[in-house]
Design a protein around this ligand. Structure first.
Ligand code: AMP
Length: 573
């Protein structure tokens, strides 16, 4: 298939905001794939070249795209950066640049979707010396053959930002439409469930599309395969124990919400153990200790369990916050040394696959019961999530307090009868944790936005005051302001306020004189080598501009230090 055909579909999708219309456009396109042997083009519709269960990423920066564009168009990098600043979208810069160049050249090759897939697929595999040059060559090759519109979408795909507004649900609806053309709403609903179920097990839309064209039995025959990553079920929020009970129903299962990172642990039918993160990254190599725990404590042929790994201090045996063990996820060398320094305990809370059988559709009550029978727990290695089944608000509140006292984040509140729904933020599993903290800080830097935020600042560097050196020192970066002013400031308001204080600009980054004080909410404070203050705020959000406050009266380093220690204490005692 010609790549330009797909780019026209992208454009069409971008220009139509209604979900119904998008489904129609997609379905029409998917029908063209019916006879194509290779259904991977569907990945391109998701802005990828790999299925969702693959962890592979392009790893391409905006700088590299600019280099590739400069190489294939002959336009200087400076000019491209300048255009980018004005237009806010490198894809559009690419389109304009290539279109201009093509007016002067006659000969171009026709780009096919297969060629795009082939080149992009090679990107994550490149390693070692000369990687950047090889990546550059692969991208430039595509851009050289591309028309303007094609260049726009090559760049957007590389930067993981297609901006065509297609959610995975819409793609699934389109598969139903393309393969079955349902006549009634009931029929459509049933088919959507079948397609969804097939996707939940396969986590691969090309495979689902292939099965859909074969028919309903093929879809229903999709197998959950331990050893292949599936998406984790995600939680919605509860504001109190009462709220949680009302939402999930009584009795509910309360569990500790452990402050660590998610581990989906698989044992395949061949006996191989694999560990995936919540983002479906394979981290088995980083956790040989966990592989050993699994071998020692679960004597089953095959399974998929869902769990949270938490760190503890090897000397004091006290549990540590997530930040302390985060480096274990990435570290691929000297692992055994790190295991001794940063040991972890796995807290298991769900069972998805058990001895050759998917448990996705079984009620949570049953899954947790089997789970509790199949593991031989041992403190500091592998344990079952601490649990309470109750309808009694008071008992649940006591349990919640105990969770906090035991250094954990809060509790999860789960419906007894619910299925395991991969990849969705479900209303039958809720998280409850204490309210966030508040601080006054000053803005000392900002970054210009892209897309509809072009011209406005879109993220803000926050600083506190170091009373010893009399300087403002960075402590975090906040984005996520409102587009419109309902609650709190907007991007536009803040940009207007900050502009007169811009000291220097480099690329998209502006350095700003410390004048504008804001109140922020944050989740917690961690030690951080990135910021000059030595601390980093987790999830800071600007909630108010404070013209009534002077920069020097904002939070100082001593107070931050105090807050950090208090948080640590809260976690340890
Ligand atoms: P959040 O990351 O705040 O959205 O909260 C949901 C996360 O809590 C899950 O993705 C898990 O990583 C984590 N978690 C910790 N303990 C549990 C538990 N007992 N059940 C489910 N999730 C848990």
């Amino acid at each position: 298939m010609k790549y330009i055909q797909l780019c026209e579909v992208y454009e069409n999708l971008q220009n139509n905001s209604s979900r119904l219309k998008k489904t129609e456009i997609l379905a029409e396109f998917l029908e063209k794939l019916k006879e194509e042997k290779n259904k991977q083009v569907v990945y391109l519709l998701q802005g990828k070249v790999f299925p969702d269960n693959s962890e592979k990423e392009f790893g391409i920066s905006e700088q590299l795209c600019i280099k590739a564009l400069a190489k294939s168009s002959g336009i200087s990098k400076e000019k491209l950066v300048d255009d980018w600043k004005k237009m806010g979208d490198l894809g559009e810069v690419a389109q304009k640049t290539i279109d201009k160049k093509k007016q002067n050249t006659l000969f171009t090759k026709t780009l096919t979707t297969q060629k795009v897939i082939d080149n992009l697929k090679r990107l994550p595999e490149l390693e070692g010396r000369g990687t950047v040059d090889k990546k550059l060559a692969l991208i430039s090759e595509l851009l050289t053959s591309a028309k303007g519109l094609e260049a726009k979408y090559i760049i957007r795909t590389l930067l993981n930002n297609l901006r065509i507004g297609v959610a995975s649900g819409t793609l699934r609806d389109a598969i139903v439409q393309a393969a079955f053309k349902p006549k009634t709403i009931k029929e459509k609903k049933e088919l959507m469930e079948i397609v969804q179920d097939s996707y939940d097990k396969a986590t691969d839309l090309a495979l689902v599309l292939e099965k859909a064209y074969k028919g309903i039995p093929a879809l229903k025959n999709t197998k959950l395969i331990p050893g292949k990553a599936i998406k984790a079920m995600l939680a919605q929020k509860a504001v109190s124990v009462e709220d949680g009970l009302n939402k999930v129903g009584r009795p509910a299962i309360f569990e500790y919400k452990y402050d660590g990172f998610r581990m989906m642990i698989n044992k395949s039918e061949s006996g191989e153990i694999k560990i995936f993160t919540r983002h479906l990254d394979d981290v088995t190599l980083q956790f040989p200790d966990v592989v050993e725990y699994i071998k020692d404590h679960i004597k089953l042929k095959s399974f998929i369990i869902d769990s949270e790994a938490i760190g503890y201090d090897p000397k004091t045996k006290k549990y540590t916050p997530f930040e302390a063990i985060s480096q274990r996820i990435k570290r691929k060398h000297n692992i055994h040394e790190l295991i001794k320094k940063l040991p972890i305990e796995v807290n298991v809370f769900d069972l998805i696959y058990y001895n050759g059988k998917s448990l996705l559709d079984e009620p949570f009550e049953k899954r947790t019961k089997i789970l509790r029978e199949m593991i031989k727990p041992q403190k500091y290695k592998i344990r079952l999530a601490h649990q309470l089944i109750t309808s009694d608000r008071k008992k649940a509140e006591k349990f919640y307090k105990e969770a906090l006292k035991d250094n954990q984040e809060g509790v999860m509140i789960k419906n007894l009868g619910a299925r395991y729904q991969p990849g969705l933020r479900v209303g039958h599993m809720l998280k409850l944790k204490p309210a966030e903290n508040e601080l006054d800080l000053v803005i000392t830097g900002a970054e210009y936005g892209k897309g509809k935020r072009v011209g406005n600042f879109a993220s803000f560097i926050l600083s506190c005051f170091n009373e010893k050196t009399n300087q403002f020192v960075e402590i975090g970066k906040s984005s996520g302001l409102k587009e419109k002013s309902e609650t709190g400031p907007t991007f536009e308001q803040l940009t207007k306020l900050l502009k007169p204080y811009v000291l220097k600009e480099k690329g998209r980054i502006a350095q700003i004189k410390p004048k504008i004080v804001v109140t922020i909410l944050y989740q917690n404070i961690q030690r951080s080598p990135t910021y000059k203050s030595g601390y980093g705020l987790r999830f800071p959000r600007i909630i108010a501009i404070r013209p009534d406050r002077k920069p020097k009266s904002i939070a100082n380093l001593k107070e931050i230090d105090h807050d950090y220690k208090r948080h640590e204490l809260k976690i340890h005692y």
